[in-house]
Design a protein around this ligand. Structure first.
Ligand code: SF4
Ligand code: SF4
Length: 377
């Protein structure tokens, strides 16, 4: 267990192996457990403890928690026919010499009604280093392996627009093109994505030809996995700096945030604040009173900690920053708080009453017998 302000993080150590989480009805538990133990044993596997199982199940929506290891990720997502899954995994392991976190979803009836596996692969990396670009080249390696085994890229995004037909199928692609022409004549939605014939897509097609030459560079990058807080960056505490880069910008935290729904601006949400901190650490912006207010306006409700798909200690990070900004850097809080602090220092009363009137509340008729400063004292 790790205590982070009010938040308690329950950490467990997983074995270095493929971990499968299986959910079933309670009434079938005894039969399934017995069979599972038998099947796992046949493949040198084991059934993990109930504590691990419960932890994995409780955190099943924390999909991006792996990003805290990086603090960035290089994502590689492919779809492959289920009967080729084993070969694809073996070839990836042979050709990609970087740690890859793989998650998979099985589609019962995929393309042409056949079962397929969607593999979400994440290579932990650090976008603050130049070598991050080389690791990106390995995405091409993984896509090529999938294609060689009858699979395809999972989506087109910005980089793989030239694969749109393969990803979407020719029928769907034609329908999408027609629809976009009708409703988005000026090409405002999803610019340069999916249907674009832009320069990035063409460039990626060419780069893909040179994949075998690029691969050794990606494989040569030394990847460290795990949270590594080193030094403060422009005064941002090392752990908070790390979390800023670990945020995947998924947005799960935005709508529920007290501060966000009170103010309505993205900048007031945890996602917006992490983004701003990254810009700050890269010297693109500076503190001003508005931004100090943004950090200290958090209501400390902690809903964001519950929602965060990367399980980031968000509220404790704002608390740490609040302490740094106000106590260490002497920045101003909100005007009413400043008035209260000044009144407290000068008159010993946050409500700005004079020290000499501190006992004015005491009933006159009781003063002689019971009151402060009784006559004669
Ligand atoms: S703790 Fe702060 S940042 Fe998190 S949801 Fe609540 S108001 Fe928003
Ligand atoms: S802080 Fe918000 S946007 Fe960032 S990973 Fe967590 S839930 Fe997603």
């Amino acid at each position: 267990m790790e205590h982070l302000g009010h938040t308690v993080e329950d950490r467990i150590i997983l074995p270095a192996a493929y971990v499968v989480t299986i959910a079933y009805a309670e009434k079938d538990a005894s039969k399934i457990k017995e069979k599972l133990t038998e099947i796992a044993g046949m493949f040198e596997g084991e059934v993990l403890s109930d504590r691990i199982a419960e932890h994995e199940w409780e955190n099943r929506f924390k999909l991006m928690v792996v990003k805290r290891m990086g603090p960035s990720l290089v994502p590689a997502e492919v779809i492959v026919p289920l009967n080729n899954l084993g070969e694809v995994m073996s070839e990836i392991e042979r050709k990609v010499n970087q740690p890859i976190v793989k998650e998979g979803v099985i589609i019962h009836k995929g393309r042409e009604g056949k079962p397929e596996a969607v593999i979400l692969g994440f290579i932990p990396s650090d976008q603050r280093r130049f070598s991050y670009n080389f690791v990106f080249g390995l995405v091409l390696t993984i896509i090529k392996i999938a294609e060689r085994h009858g699979g395809r890229a999972y989506s087109t995004g910005l980089y793989f627009t030239k694969k749109a037909e393969d990803v979407l199928g020719s029928n769907r692609l034609e329908r999408l093109k027609k629809f976009k022409k009708e409703v988005d004549r000026k090409g405002i939605f999803n610019p340069k994505k999916v249907l674009s014939s832009g320069i990035i897509g063409s460039l990626m097609k060419i780069v893909s030809i040179f994949e075998p030459l690029i691969r050794p560079f990606g494989n040569a990058v030394i990847t460290q996995v795990g949270e590594r807080y080193k030094k403060a960056i422009r005064g941002i505490p090392p752990d908070v700096a790390w979390y800023a880069y670990s945020c995947s910008q998924c947005g799960y935290c935005v709508d529920e945030c007290d501060q966000f729904y009170g103010r309505g601006w993205e900048s007031q949400s945890p996602r917006g604040k992490w983004y701003w901190l990254r810009e700050y650490m890269e010297n693109k912006v500076d503190w001003d009173q508005k931004m100090v207010d943004t950090i200290i306006a958090c209501t400390t409700c902690e809903l964001c900690n519950q929602r965060c798909s990367a399980s980031l200690p968000i509220e404790p990070s704002w608390m740490k920053l609040r302490g740094k900004l106000i106590h260490e850097d002497g920045k101003m809080t909100f005007p009413p708080f400043e008035m209260m602090a000044a009144a407290l220092t000068k008159e010993g009363n946050i409500w700005a009453g004079y020290r000499k009137n501190r006992d004015a509340w005491f009933p006159e008729e009781l003063r002689e017998k019971h009151g402060p400063n009784k006559k004669g004292q």
